[in-house]
Design a protein around this ligand. Structure first.
Ligand SMILES: Nc1nc2c(ncn2[C@@H]2O[C@H](COP(=O)(O)OP(=O)(O)O)[C@@H](O)[C@H]2O)c(=O)[nH]1
Ligand SMILES: [Mg+2]
Length: 346
């Protein structure tokens, strides 16, 4: 199973490309496209609601393992830059730069564009990502792009095996009621293999939820390994009590305040005490206030771009997480909205 997200600026060709990679499914602030061939399933997510909102961008990236960053012949713009800052803060491992609309430009211009992106992404998690020029009109590069995606997918599958020894976890992105079945959720198994009849809890509410049955790509299965996109029928819980952002697991920390060890993006404006930031973890988000900032053991009023600090944040919404989760801090009032990433300070 391969899960990819197509991101980039407005009119960079994201939706046209996604439509060529699968059959359109559910549409919301993210749109999913599915393609299945000889047992292999490709799920492509178009972060439709981006750049208006950054939430769909983070949702889509969290539900996928590979990012396709679309760059049109006009070159990168502020939103492209914002996508690159987000990927770097996420430490996003796998992706491909797709130089779109190649039929509308020239080979030397494509080379120049590639060099520009290479310069921008030097010393980021994207420095070794590959490049491909594609056209959805002439189909140039489309087959190569698919091959590159499937090659990366094999590496991803191997890496995901490492999550197989850890406690089971499912990231929920949709929930609804099905007449005669009850609560059904859609999501991704991020850790371990889940089985029908597994007893889990829905966090942050900490309500019991037993897995009644599992479907993968509309086919009933008894179990689903790490990395699977699944539909789960749940017992002991109603669909109104579980929503996008919930985590099915047996152990999560739940709190309304956080102490995070943060690294600020060099492309942020810094952070000050009393700022209200929107924090994201998995598919959850919450506004939180910066209560204290500590740099090198000293409490400070503010800290600048690129700095390391410990932030104590408070909010009024319960969030579920564990100590390995990466938090993303954003400021929705800035032009470049991604500010910092951080982990629980232990
Ligand atoms: N010539 C050409 N035009 C394209 C190609 N892909 C997309 N477009 C056009 O570019 C515009 C923006 O595409 P769209 O997929 O909506 O971009 P999005 O805003 O990133 O989702 C539309 O008018 C498309 O028809 C391509 O490969 N070649
Ligand atoms: Mg679009």
């Amino acid at each position: 199973m391969t899960k990819i997200t197509i991101i980039g600026s407005e009119k960079s060709g994201r939706t046209t490309l996604a439509a060529k990679l699968g059959e359109k499914g559910t549409v919301a602030d993210i749109t999913m496209y599915e393609f299945a061939k000889s047992g292999h399933v490709l799920t492509t997510i178009d972060a439709t609601g981006y750049p208006t909102s950054i939430k769909p961008l983070l949702t889509a990236l969290n539900l996928s393992d590979i990012a396709l960053v679309c760059i049109p012949p006009e070159g990168p713009d502020a939103y492209t830059g914002e996508c690159l800052v987000a990927l770097d803060l996420l430490g996003y491992k796998h992706g491909i730069f797709v130089l779109t609309k190649s039929d509308a430009t020239y080979p030397y211009a494509l080379d120049e564009l590639q060099n520009t992106i290479k310069k921008i992404t030097a010393d980021t998690c994207m420095q070794n990502w590959e490049y491909i020029a594609v056209s959805t009109t002439s189909f140039e590069g489309m087959d190569e792009l698919k091959e590159m995606v499937f090659d990366l997918s094999e590496i991803v599958d191997e890496e995901l095996q490492q999550n197989n020894d850890q406690p089971a976890r499912v990231m929920v992105d949709q929930s609804f009621n099905v007449t005669g079945i009850g609560c059904v959720v859609l999501g991704v198994v991020t850790h371990r293999t889940i089985h029908a009849k597994d007893k889990m809890n829905a966090y942050p509410a900490n309500k019991p939820a037993e897995i009644r049955s599992i479907q993968m790509h509309d086919v009933d299965v008894k179990s689903a390994p790490t990395g699977s996109r699944v539909g789960l029928a749940l017992k002991n819980i109603q669909s109104k009590n579980i929503d996008r952002g919930f985590v099915l697991s047996n152990e999560e920390i739940v709190s309304m305040s956080l102490t995070l060890n943060c690294t600020l993006s060099p492309f942020s404006k810094g952070i000050a005490r009393d700022d209200v930031t929107h924090i994201f973890v998995g598919l959850q988000s919450a506004p939180m206030r910066v209560e204290t900032i500590t740099v090198d053991g000293d409490k400070v009023e503010r800290t600048g771009p690129g700095s390391q600090c410990i932030l104590y944040l408070t909010g009024s919404k319960e969030i579920a997480y564990n100590t390995q989760d990466r938090f993303i801090l954003t400021n929705l009032d800035e032009n470049q909205r991604f500010m910092a990433s951080g982990f629980i300070e232990i």
